[in-house]
Design a protein around this ligand. Structure first.
Ligand code: LLP
Length: 386
């Protein structure tokens, strides 16, 4: 996966660092745009997956909108050049300061998640005589068949307006002078690989859209969220997710009329495969039953394995003629959960060997922390290697 030139440049890099393959990112973005544009679909990039500057700049340059979940993400997207009328602001707990900031920049819409939040946005928009566009986040009660920590569309989750309160929400919207309902918003979870799940989502979206239209409410935007998964097992075999198949599901199963727009909020599928976490072996250790590889990267640099027991492919970088043995690949952090993989087959390794943890472009760098007073994570872009 790495060229000789890249390997040579890694020799001088201080580890750990994120390595971003900018040409793979571009290919992924182009594949997504082509499949979406052909169907007239609009894609907002979910900044939460990765807000590294160059990554955002490329996504913005390719014409994507931005899906933000904090005032700082709204700020970052505006500073990066995303057009305000392509920025949405979601999240169950928007503060007054964040709402005011988004209002001042006249973003496209707020995805609202509770009646109380609608009342606050209405009041704050009233202070400046504005009318805020809102999309109602509806919890469709569809099981995303993914890890329970990243499932969001079930009745038991904290997200969205409960179905029992939709009647009341519609009435409040009609009365609120400073709110304008533009759309309905759904998001059922992340890392969804079974496309049938999206078919079930379409059925629910159709039902709720009809429910509103039967009550005389026009719905301009159907925002179906994100959640499209990637292949963590075989990043080289499937570097670009099948956007054609994904958008085709919505094209076939979502009922929409000519004035309705379909919006998506994709994060992981756009950025996961372009990123790898590069780390060096600090020490090797043989336990009674185990062999350990202790890396200079830990859960502070990539938290997903510790937090969700997430699988990431772990590879030795460069050639090795050593036989393979199984290692538990761990980090230096003082927590037993600081483990990237158990019983991972790798060539017999030694101090200084370079290891790549793949498919780390989404929810990797952005979730890094200073726990144990670790250093700021570094990153290297493929096209800046000399
Ligand atoms: N829209 C909403 C409302 C969301 O909550 C999310 C992700 C997205 C869009 C983007 O989803 P994506 O296309 O990336 O699946 N940290 C976890 C993932 C958390 C996802 C949170 N919401 C992980 O590392 O797997």
């Amino acid at each position: 996966m790495f060229s000789t030139k890249q390997l040579a440049s890694f020799e001088h890099q201080e580890t750990p660092f994120y390595y971003y393959d900018m040409s793979l990112l571009e290919r992924t973005l182009d594949a997504c745009s082509a499949a979406a544009e052909k169907r007239g679909f609009h894609v907002h990039y979910a900044l939460k997956a990765n807000f590294n500057d160059r990554i955002l700049q490329l996504i913005q340059a390719k014409g994507f909108g931005a899906d933000c979940v904090s005032g700082n993400e709204v700020k970052k997207s505006i500073e990066t050049g995303f057009k305000a009328d392509k920025i949405t602001f979601a999240g169950v707990g928007k503060s007054d300061k964040e709402i005011r900031y988004a209002l001042a920049h006249e973003i496209f819409a707020f995805n609202v998640e509770s009646i109380e939040e609608m009342e606050v946005i209405n009041a704050l928009a009233g202070e400046t005589g504005q009318i805020a566009n809102v999309s109602l986040r509806i919890n469709p009660n569809v099981d995303a068949q993914t890890h329970h920590y990243i499932t969001t569309g079930l009745d038991e989750n904290k997200f969205g307006i409960p179905n029992s309160e939709l009647e009341k929400s519609a009435a409040i919207l009609r009365e609120s002078k400073h709110l304008n309902l533009v759309g309905l918003h759904f998001h059922i979870g992340s890392q969804i690989v079974d496309l049938n799940v999206f078919k079930s989502l379409c059925v629910k979206v159709n039902e709720w859209k009809n429910w509103f239209e039967e009550r005389g409410t026009t719905i301009k935007v159907l925002n179906v969220g994100g959640g499209l998964g990637v292949d963590y097992k075989d990043p080289d075999g499937n570097p670009v997710t099948d956007f054609e198949a994904y958008f085709d599901i919505f094209d076939r199963f979502l009922e929409r009329n000519s004035h309705q727009e379909v919006h998506f909020e994709l994060g992981r599928a756009l950025v996961a495969q372009c990123g790898s976490l590069l780390s060096r072996v600090l020490y090797t250790k043989s336990g009674i039953k185990k062999n350990f590889l202790i890396l200079d990267a830990g859960m502070t640099e990539l938290m997903r394995p510790a937090l969700y027991q997430a699988y990431h492919k772990i590879e030795r970088v460069g050639e090795s003629d050593q036989e393979e043995i199984n290692y538990d690949v761990v980090g230096p952090i003082c927590e037993s959960s600081d483990c990237f993989g158990k019983e991972v087959p790798l060539p017999v390794s030694k101090r200084g060997d370079l290891i790549a943890i793949r498919t780390a472009g989404a929810y990797g760098e952005v979730m890094s922390s200073h726990y144990n007073l670790r250093e700021e994570i570094r990153y290297v872009y493929s096209d800046e290697i000399v």
